[in-house]
Design a binder for this molecule. Structure first.
Ligand code: GDP
Length: 415
């Protein structure tokens, strides 16, 4: 299950819904920059690291190899869940995932400061710098904590360069002992939850278990296919799910693209259907569009079919889950972007960033349904205009709508 727009499509809710029937749930990329909101019988939760499948006590919940993890933060999140009556006994952490360390967080903040007006709008959780170190072969894998002496040496060694940078930028240097102590303490709390997850995944595959792979962010933030450089440092596409979990690509049989019924984005970069002023405030308030990780007001805009179409080309969705259709309930006419106009020509293809910056949305006006649909429990009972809106999503994106969200609760999902 992957995001088909700029992130925040409502994947948390869809995962929570699907996880009720899953045997294993695995998050395959990203770190604590994710903010999935889940509303169920236990309350409202904002999860940053733990897969949204944690609410199914029978499902094994894996933080996959493709993730980057700040261990003390993970321990806090698990303690929060336990304190609210959610068992985390089934959570496992891949020992090949990379550690997000205090220098990554400091460098994330400093990098944004140095970029000035060209900042990326990151969540400041150190995710980008952790992936940079991983690719530059300076990263530290979680399994490294198992050998304390070696781990302390690795931290001290990395800090030689990292502290030089921090001090050059006017920051206090970090103390290797303090950093290592805090990670080792968190690792010891996690105990044998830290494990080689590949055999677990392999056994689940062999048993034909129902395995749900949970992505973070969306296709427009993909490192390779998104609006570079306003992207995340990993691949939130189905292809990334194979690598990030260790499941061979040809074994992935179903790919669900989560699509919000309108568009939102957190962070910088091109966003062709963006609204401003009163119209934006209205949609933002209605949809409660504030970042789950940062609390920042999200940028909002009308539905932009070019983005999820781009996502479909890269993911081959077997179905789409449309979320927040209920939020469009009060409009009489709803602008719906089917193409971009770039230099006088219409296109439905997503071009690279430098060209998207010039894109103007080409709108159709779809009839609204001017009523509240949040209580509807059967898709057949949706107003004709709402059905028409979904049909237009199917036609422009190119994949069938399999699920429709009409409210934040798990139960407000129409099949
Ligand atoms: P994620 O990061 O993709 O999981 O998205 P977020 O959780 O940040 O944002 C989605 C928000 O929309 C959350 O507050 C959800 O509770 C809420 N939500 C998800 N689906 C629906 C829906 O169909 N209708 C309504 N009204 N809210 C929804």
């Amino acid at each position: 299950m992957v995001g088909a727009q700029w992130g925040d499509e409502g994947k948390g809710k869809i995962t929570d819904y699907l996880a009720q029937q899953a045997d294993v749930v695995i998050r395959f990329q990203g770190g604590s920059n994710a903010g999935h909101t889940v509303v169920n019988d236990k309350g409202t939760f904002k999860l940053h690291l733990v897969p949204s499948g944690v609410f199914n006590p029978d499902a094994l919940c894996i933080l996959g190899t493709g993730m980057v993890i700040e261990l003390p933060f993970l321990v806090e999140e698990l303690e929060m869940l336990e304190s609210r009556g959610v068992s985390t006994a089934n959570v496992r952490v891949s020992d090949r995932a990379h550690l997000t360390l205090p220098w990554h967080i400091a460098l994330d903040r400093l990098d944004e400061r140095e970029r000035g007006r060209q900042k990326l709008g990151t969540t400041g959780r150190g995710v980008g710098p952790t992936y940079s170190d991983k690719v530059a072969r300076h990263g530290i894998q979680i399994s490294d904590v198992r050998d304390e002496k070696r781990f302390r040496e690795r931290v001290a060694h990395e800090l030689i360069t990292k502290n030089t940078i921090l001090e050059k930028l006017g920051e206090e240097p970090l103390d290797a002992r303090v950093v290592a102590d805090s990670v080792l303490a968190a690792a010891s709390k996690l105990g044998d939850r830290i494990t080689d997850t590949l055999p677990l995944v392999e056994r689940a595959v062999a048993k034909d278990a129902r395995i749900l792979l949970e992505g973070q962010l969306g296709a427009m933030r993909d490192l390779d296919w998104g609006i570079y450089p306003y992207v995340t440092s990993s691949n939130p596409l189905a292809g990334g799910a194979a690598v990030g979990t260790g499941i061979p690509p040809r074994l992935i049989t179903r790919v669900i693209g989560v699509v919000k019924a309108y568009s939102t984005a957190v962070g910088e970069g091109p966003f062709p259907t963006e609204l401003h002023g009163k119209e934006a405030e209205d949609l933002r308030e209605r949809g409660q569009e504030y970042g789950a990780t940062t609390g920042r007001p999200r940028r909002v805009g009308w539905f932009d079919a070019v983005a999820p179409r781009h996502a479909h080309r890269l993911n081959a969705f077997t179905e789409i889950a449309v979320t927040k259709l209920d939020m469009l309930g009060r409009y009489e006419r709803i602008p719906f972007c089917t193409a971009y106009e770039i230099d006088g020509k219409l296109t439905t293809d997503m071009p690279p960033t430098a060209i998207v910056e010039r894109a103007k949305p080409h709108y159709e006006q779809l009839p609204g349904w001017s009523r509240d649909i949040s209580g509807i429990t059967d898709r057949a009972l949706l107003p004709n205009e709402a059905k028409g809106y979904l049909r237009r999503i199917e036609e422009t994106v190119g994949a069938p709508v399999g699920m429709v969200g009409v409210g934040p609760e798990r139960t407000a999902t129409l099949l």
